[in-house]
Ligand binder design. Sequence first.
Ligand code: SF4
Length: 246
Amino acid sequence: MTITINGKPCACERGEFLLQVARRNGFEIPTLCHHEAIAGQGCCRLCIAEVVERGKGRIVVSCVFPVERECEVYTDSDKVRRERGMVLRLLEKRAPESPEIQALSQKYAAPAIDRFVKVDGGKCVLCGLCVKACGELSVGAISTVSRGVTKEIATPYHEPSSVCVGCGSCAHVCPTGAIEIQETEDSRTIWGRTFRLVRCAQCGQVLGTAEELAHAAQKSGQDPEALCPACRQRQMADVFSQTYGG
Ligand code: SF4
């Protein structure tokens, strides 16, 4: 089927998310909580677009809006700009220290709005990507705690988590750099716990924390990795040529 985005006909599959169709066709739509590896979230609402059907326009959240029939879409209409500006100002109040949000507010010319009250002093916008990333690893070391304005992402009782493996996935997916992660030559500190880093036995590249490698080994039923993928491949090639010549 075909929909039009900003006047351009765009082919898509029925049920495909609008954000995906728009980006594939070269339209820029800002997002914070969307991550390719983690299914649609619809939390930050930055990716709104206007969908017009039978002459009636409505604002939709494009990362979770499945395209079901032909329609006209506008990613930068007055309505979209107005609402996106409002969303950005709200996100700024939630996470005033986030340079990413400040940059987006500037880029999309968010209007000045005085009536919103600041509710946090940090960088977290509570999109939940970190919680999902940790859950996908079957670890579940962090979750959303408290309610309303005191809602936050934390380990249980704010104590260093005994189940965290220090993989850093939560920090890597965070769109606003809200999760602190520190690394030295041989250690990584995250969520109040310090982990020992393991390096490739041949080239010295960091493979991960000891706990992370043990967790992956337990899931795969194999021994913890001692080599990085490149050295492993080289080793296999050596074994192959010793066995079969060449
Ligand atoms: S570092 Fe800990 S909390 Fe973060 S994703 Fe990995 S296991 Fe979960």
